[in-house]
Design a protein around this ligand. Structure first.
Ligand SMILES: [Zn+2]
Length: 231
């Protein structure tokens, strides 16, 4: 890989920007599980101190996206098969109930916002933009938590969505990208109709379909590209 010291950024990034960039790179599968996050290089490409980088890495570690290994450094977390299964068990417990709650209270503005999100997913699909498809699929589920307005649920979904992306990166079968498109639309139909039972069932089916596309037999290799996320 060519040295890129000459290409220092114009203005230093804020902690939030660095956090956001790394999180987005994980969501878009541009930072693979197991990738080492070298403090010095991150500090260099983002133009901030190593202390700030460490703060960001600690926050990401707290959310389970980064693993801090004593004497070895920080790595993009690489969920085990057991952790991957745990993520889906948890999502199956939480999200059907979320769908039920939202179907009870959803306003027409919220339904419009959900449909707008699905249109963005569909545009990404047309452009075959796989990183965007995977990120938007995860964000759809976070959006539902936002609409319910329960801070604790929202925090949990904000942790579970990126973890799910990591799991998909590690364990998905080829040609099985993220959430099947029509299933988000079916779910919105149930929410719009205030059909609580159908919304809950539709969410459960959807999560089971995603889980069924995973293959826990083989694990892919990581290929790091730290510069790319700050370029
Ligand atoms: Zn989905």
């Amino acid at each position: 890989m060519p040295a890129s010291k000459a290409a220092a950024p114009k203005a230093p990034f804020t902690n939030e920007e660095i956090y956001g960039r790394i999180q987005k790179a994980v969501l878009e599968h541009r930072l693979a599980p197991g990738t080492k996050l070298i403090e010095e290089r991150l500090a260099e490409v983002s133009g901030v101190s190593r202390t700030k980088i460490r703060e960001v890495l600690n926050k990401l570690a707290h959310e389970g996206l980064v693993e801090l290994v004593p004497n070895r450094g920080a790595f993009i977390a690489s969920p085990s098969v057991q952790q991957a299964r745990d993520v889906f068990v948890t999502r199956r417990m939480i999200e059907p109930e979320m769908a039920r709650l939202l179907s009870r209270t959803a306003t027409s503005a919220q339904v419009r916002a959900l449909r707008k999100h699905v249109r963005q997913e569909s545009d990404a699909r047309k452009q075959n933009d796989r990183p965007a498809i995977i990120r938007l699929s995860g964000e759809f589920h976070v959006l539902i938590a936002e609409m319910i307005g329960n801070e604790i649920l929202l925090r949990m979904m904000r942790e579970l969505a990126p973890l799910t992306c990591l799991v998909i990166t590690l364990y998905d079968k080829p040609n099985a990208p993220a959430c099947p498109h029509h299933e988000h639309s079916d779910l919105i139909d149930a929410i719009e109709a205030h059909d609580e039972a159908k919304a809950a069932a539709s969410m459960l089916d959807h999560l089971q379909h995603i889980e069924a596309t995973l293959n826990f037999d083989e694990v892919k290799d990581a290929s790091p590209d730290i510069e790319a996320i700050f370029s």
